[in-house]
Every structure is written in C-alpha cells, then in structure tokens.
Design a protein around this ligand. Structure first.
Ligand SMILES: [Ca+2]
Ligand SMILES: [Ca+2]
Length: 139
C-alpha cells in the first residue's frame, strides 16, 4: 500500500492503528477527567450574606462554560419572600451578557414568583468560563 508516496506494510498500518487507538482511549480518559472537573466547577456555591432589619441577603455563584448559556438562581430561606434581586457576570464587554433576570417560583404550593431570584447568563468567550452570581433580598 502507498501512503504519502511511501510504501507502507500491513504491520506498520497495524502499529499506527494501535497507537491511534491508545491515544484515543487516553483522550477519552482526559475528556472524562475534564468533564468531572467541569461538573465540580458547576456546583452551586450558595452564600448567606447576612440579615439586616429582617431582610436576608443571599447569593449563588456558578461558572458559565465557554460559548454557552446557563441559568443561575438563588432561593430565599423558607418562610421568607423575595423582595428584589439581580444577576452579575464577570465577563467583560463583548464577552458576556445577562440575558434575563427575574423573581422565580421554585415549586412551592403557589405559582407566585416569590421564592428567589434567577437569570440566564451568556458567555461568548471561546476558551474561558465566566463567573455568574444571582443575588436575592428576602423578607
Ligand atoms: Ca412561589
Ligand atoms: Ca413561596
């Protein structure tokens, strides 16, 4: 067989195939590790920022992976209701946008969006995550 104007034996082809398979399996292992790290990075980081005059401030932070849109949300403590909130993104000009920000209903007995705050964040960066954070003020 001729490949790139060189005569290649069957044995050489098998060797190339084995190397390619090994690299492929190694690549899958690396991809699995990267996927696991990405999943860990995506885990929510909730923070209670304190209570003043009955108003409780909370935030929740998550990474928005490259070239993707994700929802970030934070819930009020039980028996408290959202009175306001917002969404932050660490991305700069032309790197990220806050697609939306609004009070959410988290599946309690009513349909009133009184349980927290959330929003969609877009990350346009090809090779880096941005940090998104939702804030809620609850009373
Ligand atoms: Ca509700
Ligand atoms: Ca509620």
């Amino acid at each position: 067989m001729k490949v790139l104007n060189r005569t290649v034996t069957l044995r050489q082809l098998v060797l190339v195939a084995v190397v390619a398979l090994t690299v492929g399996v190694g690549g899958s292992a690396v991809a699995a590790t990267v996927g696991k790290e990405a999943a860990l990075a995506l885990q929510a980081k909730q923070a209670n920022l304190g209570t003043v005059d009955g108003f409780t401030y909370k935030s929740n932070t998550r990474n928005i992976l490259p070239e993707s849109q994700r929802f970030v949300q934070v819930q009020c403590p039980d028996a408290k209701h959202a009175t306001g909130g917002g969404v932050f993104s660490s991305g700069g000009y032309n790197e990220s946008t806050i697609n939306s920000t609004y009070p959410i209903d988290d599946g309690d007995s009513d349909l009133t969006p009184d349980d927290g705050w959330g929003g969609y964040v877009d990350n346009y960066i090809a090779d880096a995550a941005v940090t998104a954070r939702a804030y809620v003020i609850c009373k």
